[in-house]
Design a protein around this ligand. Structure first.
Ligand SMILES: [Zn+2]
Length: 204
């Protein structure tokens, strides 16, 4: 049974940490090594170099470090253990990253749009603050044909009722027209939204 990893915990600095991945240094008998793509909690502040490791990940890192010492490797990429655990773990891990990623946008108010709600792991809904019948969605696309990164579509639609709910959207979208503006990889979503709508603040 594979334990799941929470999408949100505490960053090493004490702020809220969102699950993400990064390269971390590791002390090995033969020197300092690095492991890429390690799931960590980080607060997303560019100035913060702290992070924390989910307990499950710390345990796995010990095994990886042991392997690195056996083979005198200084570089490794984080992976889950057996192939069965690996595919389950990878799916969980991906789902958890997606959830943390979408949660992060809750209550953001950009200069020209605000986040009205997020569908954890799936989508971020925004409403234009210039034209309140104009809406945007950043939606995860479960389609790895482009490459193996996490891709999102950037969509736009008009809805006559300014107080849109997710239920309204689901009903409407069966016949309504949603225009795809583009596709974007997870790491670029932040930049695309700032390019499109200006800087953001949190409404809380
Ligand atoms: Zn931090």
């Amino acid at each position: 049974m594979f334990d799941s990893i929470d999408p949100i915990d505490t960053c090493g600095c004490g702020d809220i940490g969102y699950l993400t991945t990064r390269t971390i240094p590791i002390d090995l008998a033969h020197g300092v090594g690095h492991i890429d793509n390690v799931p960590v909690y980080h607060c997303q502040a560019a100035s913060c170099e702290e992070y924390t490791l989910p307990p499950l990940v710390s345990r796995r890192l010990e095994d990886i470090a042991e392997e690195m010492e056996k083979t005198l490797a200084l570089k490794a990429v984080y992976a889950w253990a057996s192939s069965q655990e690996e595919s389950k773990g990878l799916q969980n891990h991906q789902q958890t990253i997606l959830e943390a990623f979408t949660f992060k946008f809750t209550n953001r108010v950009y200069e020209d749009a605000q986040v009205i709600f997020v569908v954890p792991g799936e989508a971020i809904f925004l409403q234009s603050t210039l034209e309140n019948t104009e809406f945007y969605i950043i939606r995860y696309e479960d389609d790895n044909s482009e490459n193996n990164g996490l891709w999102f579509s950037f969509l736009k639609f008009y809805f006559e009722e300014p107080n849109l709910t997710y239920e309204d959207f689901l009903d409407w979208s069966e016949s309504g027209y949603v225009k795809e503006i583009g596709r974007v990889v997870l790491d670029d979503v932040e930049d695309i939204l700032i390019d499109e709508f200006g800087e953001w603040t949190t409404n809380r």
